[in-house]
Design a protein around this ligand. Structure first.
Ligand code: FE2
Length: 232
């Protein structure tokens, strides 16, 4: 659901070799479907330029994607006011779907202006936001009520696999999981060191052990739904 595997696209993979290593590492752990979500910094680059670069990096990697792995293109869209200059946000959604992975500045409170802005994005662009790594926002991780409110507007929540290895964060996740507020677990893999892809499955095993195996089934179900919509 969340990865930086396209070679030389952003601060993720630096080469085709590295991308292939990451893909194989994920494959070894049973991953068969992967969404590429490179950073799209709306204040730094036009969407047109971003899409051109993404296509170029994808074409380079495409012939080297290991057999048995299906992929789709998306983006981790950093939200600034400038996002409103775009006529449509569908080109940066996951594939053909209207799910979009959004990242806000980490100090965002999702109250007042930032809340209104998020609602405006949903209404103006007819997209379904997935909030990237919600554990980075103090306002979100501490307040299940806020997440419940946002979920009423169709917003879904993604967490990073490696965050489950931090006990304090896991404790907070547990509260959210109990209320059905964790929909996706992404690797957010950047390279072989950052958010180590070899520990991806371990995170799922931990979730299964410390909560309920059904939680993992739910996460897989939500992810499959996005992937199917993206690749239909
Ligand atoms: Fe990311």
């Amino acid at each position: 659901m969340h990865s930086h595997i396209l070679p030389e696209m952003d601060d993720g993979s630096e080469s085709v070799e590295m991308s292939v290593k990451i893909l194989n590492t994920l494959k070894e752990q049973g991953v068969t479907k992967i969404c590429f979500t490179p950073h799209y910094y709306t204040h730094n680059e036009s969407m047109e330029d971003f899409l051109k670069r993404r296509q170029h990096c994808f074409e380079i990697l495409k012939p080297h994607i290991p057999e048995g792995i299906e992929v789709c293109l998306g983006a981790e869209v950093y939200v600034t006011d400038i996002i409103m200059n775009n006529k449509s946000l569908h080109p940066v959604c996951y594939g053909h779907s209207n799910y979009i992975l959004l990242e806000f500045p980490y100090q965002t409170t999702f109250e007042g202006q930032s809340y209104d802005f998020l609602m405006k994005i949903i209404n103006m662009y007819n997209v379904r936001p997935i909030m990237a790594h919600i554990e980075r926002y103090d306002a979100m991780i501490r307040d299940p009520g806020l997440l419940e409110d946002l979920e009423n507007y169709g917003i879904k929540f993604q967490t990073n696999a490696n965050s489950y290895f931090d006990r304090a964060t896991f404790r907070r996740f547990k509260k959210l999981i109990k209320r059905g507020l964790v929909h996706y677990v992404g690797s957010d893999v950047h390279n072989l060191e950052r958010y180590q892809p070899e520990h991806y499955k371990e995170a799922f095993d931990l979730i299964s052990k410390k909560t309920d195996p059904e939680v993992v089934s739910g996460i897989c179900h939500y992810s499959k739904k996005v992937f199917d919509a993206a690749t239909k």
